[in-house]
Ligand binder design. Structure first.
Ligand SMILES: Nc1nc2c(c(=O)[nH]1)N[C@H]1C(S)=C(S)[C@@H](COP(=O)(O)OP(=O)(O)OC[C@H]3O[C@@H](n4cnc5c(=O)[nH]c(N)nc54)[C@H](O)[C@@H]3O)O[C@H]1N2
Ligand SMILES: Nc1nc2c(c(=O)[nH]1)N[C@H]1C(S)=C(S)[C@@H](COP(=O)(O)OP(=O)(O)OC[C@H]3O[C@@H](n4cnc5c(=O)[nH]c(N)nc54)[C@H](O)[C@@H]3O)O[C@H]1N2
Ligand SMILES: [Mo]
Length: 759
């Protein structure tokens, strides 16, 4: 490592703006297919076009406006590349060689263009026909001693149509083993919100953002991960809504934003200040903040009747007294030490909240990837309930999803804990009894492979090997499998860390034309605001050997189960028929095929938004969990000699999850390097390091497994003391498999106890 310290310099320009345009152009050119990229871009998130694979933010409701962002451009350019990973590539590089490549180099090699088979003997992938590939899968699945030895993983880019077929195939085969990326992402939001308000999805629509008086953004970096959200926030900010950011890091995109779609801001080099208020808690401290806000609201309600919405609480809520007791039982000293904020900062937040009639809380991974994430989300809901901020225009809860159709995947049945109503509806429609027991989620799937209880892994998209925790254990677990199969667009870690045999099944991407027997097909997706809409690719496929995801799953299912109960082959020929199946089995899809003819699609009903509480007691429930006894950063604050710090793992501006587009993180002022460790100046001094020192990071845990990663360079950064930040997936080896959020099993990617040693 010979990096100079110049590579980190503060970024003071607004997010978006000319920097974003320049970077977009660079990525289009690098894709070596810029004409195709530009043509595709104009169709992104437009009626008749395709849904941008970048993120799950809702589409603009203004007709005819271009609706994409810098990172959408990168996602599209990444898919539209003219480079190909074909037979000659695999002849040239053995699996052993490819294992040595980093994630960026693997994906950069280009699009996967033909089915490939690693027979476990030759050390190379070799071409295989589609029919033979399905035959290999059939042979392995048929030789299992129980269907529960198979795992059906889904990444959230899969369409409603393919996800529905996939879960039907898995359940007919006989298992509910549907681990998915959601298990690592917004699972806590689903579990927490279902308990509190009876639905695991956000309760707001795009219109609500136009009406809110205040928007609180917890643990989310929209400038990088949901750039189109900045346009929405900018509009809100301009009309006078209060924007409050709560983030451990001072993210540039939350501070200032120049909208590339606003000619005035671009020409004048001006920008909109996004957040008028910015609070920087310590990692995992948000539950304490919310407890503090609740405490102040209850106190104020003693003299000010308007502090709480008494009518809403009386009419709609239950367990208020328990919540009150939990508030009384929590001392300020604990709230302050755990949140890392002062009482006056929490009081300022409470003032803004209390003096706004309609408030939206949004959140993402900074909230969902901690040990106490479910309780934290229920605490977010508690504070919303106190002032009736659910189910009224301009107010509500908005977990901002990650993958562009992760929400839709759940809606159509990708769920290892299927609701009984889904199983019953499947049974009624197809006359077979689906398995009734819960299946395995992501972490349990790794355990099952480790213990040789699962033997066949099938991945519908994604990059299981790299996205999951405890990399060394996960690699060993995958290697135990008899067969691993990945349905993918680009080469990644999961194609080289494999079971004894492995298949790569290359598929069409979102941007490509999908031609089937009945003509060109479109698919449908659901965004974070429960809008379901159509997506149709425009570009010619990267190769004529590619199949659509639907055709691949249908082909697999036909080969394993035949066409008797479900006519997979017919469904594959015309996706409208799959939508008829969805309509017959999944609630709220009446007239599905007609409704998606509307330009912006249709809204799936949301019970909580209607103030209907499907919680068992028909009430919105306050929760009364205790704060965690002690967070790791508190330990360091109490004990001057403690060497233990808390690490969060997060995304740079140049990556899409495990797809690494480039080495820069422009808004954080970090260039040309990913193995960096953001660290507070006082911690650097206290622990005897200096900026630019190269360190090994090791996990502190009470099992006897050593987990460490090396060659990380310390960067002095504006981050609360006791807290560190570094990029994912390079740091995934540090996350213990058993370190998961209570009640939902999400790996604690945002709070890992670590120690550092100079190399
Ligand atoms: N370009 C691009 N877009 C993406 C993705 C991508 O990788 N690249 N990924 C997609 C996916 S799958 C997802 S899930 C989303 C992820 O979107 P984000 O959740 O924005 O992603 P992260 O990079 O994990 O950022 C977490 C943010 O939370 C903050 N944070 C961490 N811990 C805490 C905490 O304890 N409290 C508070 N208040 N803040 C905290 C971090 O400083 C950081 O700003 O983005 C989606 N969109
Ligand atoms: N340490 C740490 N780990 C994390 C996280 C974190 O914040 N920190 N975040 C977690 C989160 S929120 C998530 S969602 C997971 C993400 O986990 P995954 O969804 O499993 O991973 P991705 O990196 O999004 O998958 C990228 C791959 O998807 C394939 N792909 C791209 N487009 C398509 C397509 O259209 N069809 C198909 N079939 N394949 C396609 C490409 O081959 C590409 O290599 O990672 C989790 N892991
Ligand atoms: Mo995610």
């Amino acid at each position: 490592m010979s990096k100079s310290s110049d590579e980190q310099a503060p970024y003071s320009a607004p997010a978006g703006g000319w920097g974003a345009l320049k970077s977009s152009a660079k990525h289009l050119i690098k894709s070596e297919n810029s004409a195709m990229g530009v043509k595709a871009l104009l169709k992104a998130n437009q009626p008749g076009g395709f849904d941008c694979p970048g993120c799950a933010w809702g589409d603009s409701t203004s007709a005819g406006k271009v609706d994409f962002c810098e990172n959408g451009v990168k996602a599209i350019a990444w898919e539209a590349t003219s480079k190909k990973v074909d037979t000659s590539f695999f002849n040239q590089f053995s699996l052993e060689q490819l294992k040595m490549w980093d994630d960026h180099s693997l994906e950069k090699s280009g699009r996967l263009v033909e089915p490939m088979f690693n027979d476990g003997k030759s050390g190379h992938y070799q071409p295989i026909s589609w029919q033979d590939a399905f035959g290999v899968i059939n042979q392995h699945l048929s030789s299992l001693s129980s269907p529960d030895e198979a795992l059906f993983y889904t990444s959230g880019r899969a369409s409603n149509e393919v996800a529905y077929l996939y879960q039907l195939f898995g359940r007919m085969f006989g298992t509910n083993n549907f681990p998915d990326c959601s298990n690592m992402c917004h699972e806590a939001s689903g579990v927490g919100m279902t308990r509190s308000v009876g639905i695991g999805k956000g309760t707001v629509t795009m219109d609500d953002f136009g009406k809110a008086d205040a928007i609180f953004i917890f643990g989310q970096n929209p400038g990088t991960n949901h750039p189109r959200m900045l346009g929405t926030l900018r509009k809100a900010s301009k009309r006078g809504a209060q924007i409050v950011a709560i983030n451990t890091l001072k993210e540039q995109g939350l501070k200032k934003f120049a909208d590339p779609q606003s000619p005035k801001e671009m020409i004048l080099f001006s920008s909109t200040n996004i957040s008028q208020y910015y609070f920087t808690p310590k990692l995992g401290g948000d539950m304490a903040i919310l407890r503090g806000m609740g405490k102040l609201l209850l106190e104020r309600s003693e003299t000010d009747n308007s502090a709480l919405d008494h009518e809403f609480i009386a009419q709609h809520c239950s367990h208020f007294d328990d919540y009150k007791q939990s508030i009384e039982a929590t001392p300020w000293q604990q709230i302050i030490s755990q949140s890392g904020l002062t009482q006056s900062e929490i009081s300022q937040m409470t003032d803004i909240y209390m003096h706004s009639d309609k408030v939206i809380f949004t959140w993402a991974m900074g909230i969902t990837q901690h040990q106490h994430s479910v309780a934290m989300i229920q605490e977010l809901i508690n504070v919303l309930l106190l002032r009736g901020n659910i189910g009224k225009p301009g107010a509500g809860a908005c977990p901002v999803r990650g993958h562009s159709n992760v929400q839709g995947n759940r809606t159509v049945g990708i769920n290892e804990h299927p609701p009984q109503s889904l199983l019953d509806a499947i049974e009624a429609r197809y006359q077979f009894k689906p398995p009734q027991d819960s299946g395995l989620g992501t972490v349990d799937a790794i355990r099952a492979m480790r213990d040789k209880k699962a033997k066949v892994f099938i991945g519908l998209g994604g990059n299981f090997a790299a996205a999951t925790p405890d990399t060394a254990q996960t690699y060993n677990a995958l290697a135990n499998c008899e067969l691993t199969v990945n349905i993918s667009t680009k080469l990644n870690r999961s194609h080289v860390v494999t079971g004894k045999q492995a298949l790569i099944l290359p598929c069409l991407g979102r941007t490509e034309v999908d031609l089937q027997a009945s003509g060109a097909q479109h698919i449908t997706v659901e965004d974070s605001m429960s809008m379901v809409h159509r997506s149709a690719g425009q570009n010619p496929p990267a190769s004529d050997k590619l199949k659509s995801e639907v055709a691949i799953i249908a082909g697999m299912a036909e080969s394993v189960l035949g066409n008797d109960i479900v006519n997979w082959s017919k469904l594959k020929d015309d996706y409208a028929l799959i939508r008829d199946e969805i309509e017959a089995v999944i609630p709220n899809f009446t007239d599905y095929n007609d409704k998606i003819k509307l330009d912006r699609g249709f809204y799936l009903q949301n019970s909580a938004a209607q103030r209907v509480w499907n919680t068992g007691n028909n009430k919105a429930n306050f929760s009364a969990a205790s704060l965690p006894e002690q967070l790791v950063h508190e330990l360091a604050a109490k004990d001057e000699t403690s060497q233990t710090l808390t690490l969060q793992t997060l995304r740079s501006h140049d990556q899409y999850n495990t797809s690494i587009y480039g080495m820069d993180d422009r808004y954080r002022g970090i260039y040309n390097e990913r193995r960096i460790l953001m660290m507070n100046r006082q911690d650097i001094r206290r622990l005897g390091f200096a900026a630019n020192d190269v360190v090994t990071i090791s996990t502190v845990s009470n099992d006897d497994i050593t987990r460490s990663v090396s060659d990380f360079k310390i960067v002095e950064y504006d981050i609360p003391s006791g807290c560190l930040a570094a990029y994912y997936p390079e740091t995934n080896p540090l996350v213990p498999l058993d370190s998961v959020a209570k009640d939902c099993g999400t790996p604690t990617y945002k709070s890992i106890a670590v120690k550092l040693a100079k190399q």
